[in-house]
Structures are given as structure tokens and as C-alpha cells.
Design a protein. Structure first.
Length: 94
């Protein structure tokens, strides 16, 4: 594994661990990537909901995660709902 790829993987794991600590930042389709579902079923009534479509193969998406995590921590009235767009077996963003 190249050092660049290893660093990206490590950054992704650390980011995921940080995000897991915030109840306001959640992945709503974890384990169901590539399946159709209704995002509205996961929105929290009475709170501001932000839906983030994300891919681990997207550097911009990965760079945004720490900022969204901070937003979730600082804004208890905001829920950030992450949707993973990576389909099982896909290589990169398709």
C-alpha cells in the first residue's frame, strides 16, 4: 500500500471515529449503500436537517467531515445526515 493511500485510509478512520462521537452527525444508510431509501424517513422533526452525500473516494468530502462534525457539536439544533454514495464493489466515485 502506498504511503499516500495509507495516509488517506488513516485520515478516513480517524475522521469516522471523530464523527461517531457526535450524535448530531450520523450516517443514515450505513450498511445499505447502493440501496434506494427515502431520506425523509430519517429527518428529525423540529430540528434543522442537513443532508450530506459523501464518498470515501472523494477528497473534498473527506476534507469537509471535520468541519461538519464541529458544526454538529456547536449547533445542537442541527442534525447532519450523511448518505454514503459508494455502491458495494465500486472503485472510486462512479
Amino acid at each position: 500500500m502506498s504511503s499516500k493511500r495509507y495516509l488517506c485510509l488513516l485520515l478516513s478512520l480517524l475522521t469516522a471515529a471523530a464523527l461517531a462521537q457526535s450524535a448530531n452527525y450520523r450516517t443514515i444508510n450505513k450498511g445499505r449503500e447502493g440501496q434506494i431509501f427515502n431520506v425523509a424517513d430519517y429527518l428529525v422533526k423540529g430540528r434543522l436537517n442537513l443532508v450530506e452525500f459523501s464518498s470515501q473516494a472523494c477528497p473534498s468530502c473527506e476534507a469537509l467531515k471535520p468541519r461538519l462534525s464541529e458544526l454538529a457539536k456547536k449547533s445542537p439544533d442541527t442534525v447532519i445526515n450523511q448518505v454514503l454514495i459508494d455502491r458495494p464493489g465500486s472503485q472510486g466515485i462512479d
